[in-house]
Design a protein around this ligand. Structure first.
Ligand code: NAD
Ligand code: UGA
Length: 462
């Protein structure tokens, strides 16, 4: 029977996932560990509003379980030692060096975890891959474990996470499915059942799917690839709509009502962002290539190329519309996060559009309800396009959306935050240069109302 759980990695997945397990399983002790001391201190902050991840509803869950049976700690060895089950939930970014650079997942953090578990463990453990990993990673972990030399038995399970940011709590409470892959022998089946028993505290049993370990690992990459493919598909058609007079919202509605296609994930946008879609598709492409499946690789690569195109053409549309130059012009950015209801900015389209406009000597002024100034500069500096000082001079972050839009030549909507819909657009219009342009990269504003005020309004795909 599992009593103590440890999760290595207190990030966007480890934190919320373990908080829900702790909330729903008061009989288990859950310890989330991380090497990042500042992050752990934030998770432990008495002021719940200061926890490091903004997710609707998360504060309540953490408030209920923290220091009852949910603990955040930097004592990694101690937590591993005490745990019967260890989730690995560390980051698996795209490799930035050496073999597979720019394509495959960098598994150094996962390998470090495996080595640390192998070194510390004195009792049998079930190791759960929660991070998204290339198919067959379990064999790497297994090989490290089998050579630990301390006679402890390990079972390895794959239990990929399907939560989306901004809706993490709801997704964890009511998942479409929980996927658990494991060994097919008796020990493997027993380990799978231990994890099934945990989820069945709140997930209906028919939603808990068990498979072999390779199917589970691969399914996670494929799920993200299919989701991203839908966004690239609708975005590709958005460009065609702009040329033909068709309207992407109407087209999405018309095709989405076909139950075989379905209506979700058909929102045309300035391009998908987030830490995973691009990383996971690149990974899939690399895996396909490594097996010599060039056609498969090329097919999926196109999803990324279309997304790059969509981000690029949004920036170009602004420049072209503003009479082919934005030099010295103020462009107000509403939104920086990669989607609403999160403070996560990884791979956000806003970063790339801002970079393109700065390259055209535009002055970018940003407001985002949840992203702080420091993060915005970090994102831009990370691209390495120009000196940090040049980014500082070209881009300003303000706390008030009306100040951001004051004396702007154009407003660009980069994130679909609900509050943008309820602004006093008349007030904004009166304080902008004329003609006052809006580039709605999320199709959230009302075209008619804005045109009545006097704006020149551009959306995606119409
Ligand atoms: P994250 O960067 O927010 O968190 C990872 C944490 O792991 C960091 O705090 C880091 O300090 C810590 N860490 C790294 N190496 C460590 C080590 N050796 N010991 C202790 N701590 C260590 O990442 P994330 O967004 O939570 O993603 C984690 C994994 O989950 C990735 O594989 C990702 O693809 C996958 N995933 C993410 C999401 C999402 O919405 N973010 C959803 C599903 C799956
Ligand atoms: C995505 C998946 O939805 C999750 O199932 C998965 O667990 C997660 O990746 C992961 O593995 O990290 P996430 O990236 O958090 O979740 O958010 P999504 O809602 O999928 O949005 C991703 C991007 O696509 C955002 O930039 C969003 O604005 C964009 N998008 C989404 C669109 O442009 N149009 C849409 O119709 C849907």
């Amino acid at each position: 029977m599992i009593k103590n759980i440890c999760c290595i990695g207190a990030g966007y997945v480890g934190g919320p996932t373990m908080a829900i397990i702790a909330q729903k399983c008061p009989h288990l002790n859950v310890t989330v560990v991380d090497v990042d001391e500042a992050r752990i201190a934030e998770w432990n902050n008495v002021n719940l509003a200061a926890i490091p991840i903004y997710e609707p509803g998360l504060v309540t869950v953490v408030g209920e379980a923290r220091n009852r049976n949910l603990f955040f700690s930097t004592k990694v060895d101690e937590a591993i030692d005490e745990a019967d089950m260890i989730f690995i939930s560390v980051n698996t970014p795209t490799k930035t060096y050496g073999l597979g650079k720019g394509m495959t997942a960098d598994l150094k953090y996962v390998e470090l975890c495996a080595r640390q578990i192998a070194k510390v463990a004195k009792t049998d453990k079930i190791i759960v891959e929660k991070s998204t990993l290339p198919v067959r990673t379990a064999s790497t972990i297994k090989s490290i474990m089998e050579n630990s030399g301390n006679g402890v038995k390990f079972q390895i399970l794959s239990n990929p996470e399907f939560l989306a940011e901004g809706t993490a709590v709801n997704d964890l409470l009511y998942p479409d499915r929980v996927l658990i892959g494991g060994g097919t022998d008796e020990d493997g089946r027993r380990a799978i059942q231990e994890l099934v028993a945990i989820y069945s505290n709140w997930v209906p049993i028919e939603k808990i799917l068990t498979t072999n370990i390779w199917s589970s690992e691969l399914s996670k990459l494929v799920a993200n690839a299919f989701l991203a493919q839908r966004v690239s598909s609708i975005n590709s058609i958005s460009e065609l709509c702009e040329k033909t007079g068709a309207d992407i919202t109407e087209v999405a509605m018309a095709i989405g009502l076909d139950s075989r296609i379905g209506s979700k994930f058909l929102k045309a946008s300035v391009g998908f962002g987030g830490s995973c879609f691009q990383k996971d598709i690149l990974n899939l492409v690399y895996i396909a290539k490594s097996y010599g499946l060039d056609e498969v690789a090329t097919y999926w690569e196109q999803v990324i190329l279309m997304n790059d195109h969509q981000k690029r053409r949004f920036g170009q549309k602004i420049v072209k519309t503003l009479y082919n130059t934005v030099s010295g012009k103020k462009i107000a950015f509403l939104g920086w996060a990669f989607k609403k209801d999160t403070n996560d900015t990884r791979e956000s389209s806003a970063i790339f559009v801002a970079d393109a406009l700065l390259a055209e000597q535009g002055k970018v002024v940003v407001y985002d309800p949840k992203v702080n100034e420091n993060q915005i500069y970090t994102d831009l500096n990370y691209l390495g396009t120009r000196a940090e000082m040049a980014n500082q001079n070209g881009l300003t972050v303000l706390q008030d959306p009306y100040d951001v839009c004051r004396e702007a030549h154009a407003v660009a909507i980069l994130t679909e935050w609900d509050e943008f819909k309820h602004y006093d657009w008349e007030r904004i219009y009166h304080h902008m240069y004329k003609p006052a342009f809006i580039f709605d990269g999320r199709n959230i504003l009302n075209k008619k109302e804005l045109e009545n005020i006097g704006f020149v309004y551009y959306s995606i795909g119409s």
